[in-house]
Design a protein around this ligand. Sequence first.
Ligand code: AMP
Length: 492
Amino acid sequence: MITHVYNFLEQRLLTHFDKKLFVENSGKSISYNEFDIACKKLATTIINKEIYQSPILIILPKGIDCLISFMGIALSGNYYTLLDEKTPLERIQKVIAILKPKLIITNKALNLGIDTLFPQDFDSFSIDNEKIMQVKEKHIDTNLLYVFFTSGSTGIPKGVSIAHKSVIDYTFWVCETFKFSDNEILANQAPFYFDNSILDIFSTIKSGATLHILPTHLFAFPAKIMDYLQEHQINTIFWVPSVLIYFANVNALKGYDNLNLQKILFCGEIMPTKQLNVWRKFLPQAIFANLYGPTEITDVCSYYIVNRDFKDDDMLPIGKACKNTELLVFDDNKELIQSSQVGVKGELYVRGCSLSLGYYDDKQRTSQAFMQNPLHDKYLDLVYRTGDIVSYNEFGELLCYGRVDNQIKYMGHRIELGEIEVAVNGHRDIRNSACIFKDEIICFYESDNELNLQAYLKDKLLGYMIPKQYIRVDKFQLNANGKIDRKVLYEI
Ligand code: AMP
């Protein structure tokens, strides 16, 4: 029975002892066995500090030390939060005020008055298998594994708390659905504080695969990334659409004839079909899958494996529920929308073992987002309100139009800004777009030329949906997760 993410590693030690598990782009690597030893050393040190079922804060760059910290903390019976090493002190302090960590793991001199461990000392720690065993014996799968902080509209970050069982369930689903084996060679793009990385890390361990860790800044240089993918014969990637869009826009795949990419998964924002078509043209044999989900449901709750052709301005479905997950679509009156009601929009709710255990130390915001299933009141049955507007298409797949908060009322009409963006993105000379609402709809678009979009959109959208103002940008500013930073657009 698997109840702890460490069980994945334990199983693989029996079969893949000396195989490379994680590889940094510098060439540094660690085998399954070396990783296990490092995790046990860290776990023992934490157990010796008598810290148990408590939060531990990590502030480290993306790399092997960070992964040792994740697993070592989990093995010690505690849970982790990772903050980017570039996080401003003010935000670190905000997170500390909520989390109250018992320990910090960092290589920075932060002087926060909290007991600190430094990765350069990991090697000198010793292992006490007996103590580790005692902690493991007590473990149950509803214990927390991590708390990831997302930005909150009030300025106070929200600590999304995720248990082992949710990550285990998700990892099984990924490995079964995408037939992961020990032949998988993955290249990670997602920062480790973004939950897309959960797929990379735990599916790699479970399947006996190898994960290459690529630094975020390298993605500004598509040729360097493509060289790396080709040289290391990477066959599986799970990246955010922004990166795939950028690579398609600069024709980054051209000339790479010996790529071994077979599985291309993406999640985190709308993937425009125009750029997807560019990828599909270069890699006609590869599997492409659109995964959807918020942090609160452990990364992914629905998926669509691309199985038909799409025009450049079609909307790519987010598909159907992952196994062991139920998706419910409700209208404003909390009436369930059935899959037969093609095109009727509602808000998406999710239920299943993937649900977060709530926002850390924030009962109020937890109860707003995690609520009793509107379909009954017989027993406790929580659903998560995603805030995303969806509808069914004729295949029973869901289409995602964007956030409730991206929904606007304009002259009495209800409009999803995501819908306009899809139409704009279909234009041949546009690399990406984002619409905001400030008294009127403003469309920002990334292109080399000023374009007459008003005329272009006349045939594509209802009159009231056509933006009044158009602002060309050379390049969108991205947020920490690599998505378009919409807050910046409101300030222009
Ligand atoms: P995050 O919690 O940062 O992962 O953001 C979750 C939000 O990103 C979701 O609620 C959606 O609005 C959006 N999102 C995630 N995946 C997709 C997708 N495949 N297509 C469209 N929007 C997505």
